[in-house]
Design a protein around this ligand. Structure first.
Ligand code: NAD
Length: 295
């Protein structure tokens, strides 16, 4: 199938590569030439604008940082909507505010262009392996038409509901991940301060009820003091800001999310915005005046 792909960063680049591997013909666009060149080297064609991508393809995928970028690329000057034919489909795989997905889809529908929101979880390693978890919002018939394309990038592809439901699901995911990192940081600071080796605590409790995918992935890094991203503090702040905004709009109080947001804000203000989100542990280290390390 001919597919347009816009946004070739940490996630978009390997996802686009997996579509080429699956036999699709790609036309790509990014504002960073180096990212475009990486895809050209894999056999993709380059377009000069999102409009040109849409003129050449009936299926256009976007993988951009946040709502304003997606709005600009789809609805802005030289945007996808200016080039898209009636009946074309846009799949936005960025993690953005669900209400923004709904607004963009509404504007697209006026021109007969269909849209799905399909954010992902799993990070760069799973984007490379093609084993992302993909959570989709939109029309079921439209979903069934493109499910095969999404399956080339993910191990699980689930339709969660109408447009915006994919991003609502992703926000729930991001709330759980942030609060889990904060919970394990708090608990492991307790054991460290009390003089019990955090690595022993980890091995003792990881198989019980307190065990989690987040703890398995992040505690070994925290104990090493390895905060190389991964998923950056600044991107997680963006997700929690979207979660809080959405919570306010729909009437869901998010007291713990608000606290986690302030922890991330502290890290951002202290120059750790580009660290991995497990740097939430650094916030606890600053409070307690010592690091979480093996004793
Ligand atoms: P990134 O910053 O690495 O990539 C974004 C890309 O979009 C860049 O290549 C940038 O040049 C491009 N871009 C920005 N504005 C553009 C424009 N106007 N036109 C064309 N290209 C433009 O970000 P990423 O880590 O790939 O994340 C993308 C999305 O996926 C985000 O919403 C993020 O929250 C989400 N996500 C990221 C991860 C992760 O681990 N990195 C995991 C799951 C979901």
């Amino acid at each position: 199938m001919n597919i347009g792909f816009i946004g070739l960063g940490i996630m978009g680049k390997p996802m686009a590569k997996n579509l080429i591997k699956a036999g699709h013909k790609l036309t790509v666009f990014d504002i960073v030439q180096e990212n475009v060149d990486a895809l050209k080297a894999e056999g993709a064609a380059a377009a000069a604008s999102p409009k040109e991508v849409a003129e050449q393809n009936n299926l256009i995928i976007t993988m951009l940082p946040n709502s304003p970028h997606v709005k600009a690329v789809i609805l802005g000057e030289n945007g996808v909507i200016e080039g898209a034919a009636k009946g074309a489909t846009i799949i936005d795989m960025s993690s953005i505010a669900p209400l923004a997905s709904q607004e963009i889809a509404k504007a697209c529908a006026k021109k007969g262009v269909k849209m799905l929101d399909a954010p992902v979880s799993g990070g760069e390693p799973k984007a490379i392996d093609g084993t992302l978890s993909i959570m989709v919002g939109g029309d079921e018939e439209n979903f069934n038409e493109v499910k095969g394309v999404l399956a080339a990038m993910g191990a699980s592809v689930v339709l969660c509901g109408a447009i915006g439901a994919g991003n609502t699901t992703k926000l729930a995911n991001q709330v759980i991940v942030a609060l889990n990192i904060a919970a394990v940081s708090e608990a492991f600071m307790l054991s460290t301060r009390a003089g019990v080796d955090p690595i022993k605590v980890f091995h003792a409790i990881k198989g019980g009820l307190a065990g989690s995918t987040v703890m398995n992935a992040k505690i070994p890094l925290i104990i090493e003091g390895n905060f190389k991203p991964g998923f950056k503090v600044d991107l997680h702040m963006k997700d929690l800001a979207n979660a809080l905004e959405t919570g306010h709009e729909v009437g869901a109080p998010l007291p713990l999310t608000a606290q986690a947001m302030e922890m991330l804000q502290y890290l951002h203000s202290h120059g750790a915005g580009q660290d991995d989100h497990c740097a939430i542990a650094k916030y606890y280290e600053a409070l307690a005046g010592r690091e979480i390390r093996s004793i």
